[in-house]
Design a protein around this ligand. Sequence first.
Ligand SMILES: Nc1ncnc2c1ncn2[C@@H]1O[C@H](COP(=O)(O)OP(=O)(O)OP(=O)(O)O)[C@@H](O)[C@H]1O
Length: 249
Amino acid sequence: MLRIESVHKVFNKNTPDEFIALKSLNLSVSEGEFVTVIGGNGAGKSTVFNIISGSILCDSGVVELDGTDITYMPVYKRASYVGRIFQDPMKGTAPSLTVGENLIIAYMKSMKKNNLSIPSSKEKNYIKERLADLKLGLEDRLNTKIGLLSGGQRQAVALVMATLVKPKLLLLDEHTAALDPVSAEAVMELTEKIVTENNITTLMITHNITSALDYGSRTIMMDLGEIIIDVCGEERKKLTVQELVSQYK
Ligand SMILES: Nc1ncnc2c1ncn2[C@@H]1O[C@H](COP(=O)(O)OP(=O)(O)OP(=O)(O)O)[C@@H](O)[C@H]1O
C-alpha cells in the first residue's frame, strides 16, 4: 500500500545549518495496517508525514502509494488520497465556515468534485449520518461556525472530514496532543472505531507511549532520521510501556 524506499532529506544543504532529517529511510505499510509512530523531538516523524503528503519533497528516494509513484506528485493531486489531521485543532478546518460547510468542502474534495457544485440531498444526508456516528450531537450543530467548537469536538469533525470518503492513507500527526485527557481519550476511541470499521491504512505519530502500544497493530520508533524499532504481532503484544520507554531513552 505505502512504500517508502531510500528516502533521504537534508535541510539547509551546504550551509552551517545543514541537517540530515531522514537517512535513506525504508518503510512498507500494508493495506489496513494501523502503525503508531514514536520517537524523540527532531527524530524525523513529521518530515516523513510532510514527504508523504507532499508539503515537502525528498532529495532522493521513492514514495509509492497503492502502486503509484507519488514522490513528486503535487499536493493538491494527492490530497484526495491522503487524509491528514494535525496536532492543532485550529489547523485543517476553516474556522469561519460552519460545521456543515467544512464537511461539504471535504466531501467534494475527496470526491474530486468542484467545490462550488451543490451537493445532492442524498450526499447531505450521508454527511449528516457520518457526523451522527460520532454520538456527540454535532449533527444538530451543522450551522455552527467550526471555530466555536471545543478542541475535541473539532478534532472529531476533522476525523470525519478526513474519512468521509475512505482515504488510501490517513496520517494522524499527534492529533490528540493538544486536548485535555478526557477529550484526548474520546478522540482516540473515535479514531480506533473509524479506522477499524473502515479498514483505513493509518500512520499515527504520538508522544504517548501507552497509546502507541494500546492502539494500532504495529509500532515504529524513529531516531535521528532512521527507524530503529519496528514491532508488530506477538512481539508487540509482549512489549511493556516500561520496556519501550527505556528503549526510547
Ligand atoms: N523546513 C525545515 N527546515 C529546516 N529544518 C527542518 C525543517 N523541518 C524540519 N526540520 C528539522 O528536521 C528535524 C526533524 O524534524 P521533524 O519535525 O521531522 O521531527 P519530529 O520527529 O516530528 O519532532 P517533534 O516530535 O518535535 O515534532 C529537526 O531537527 C527539525 O528542526
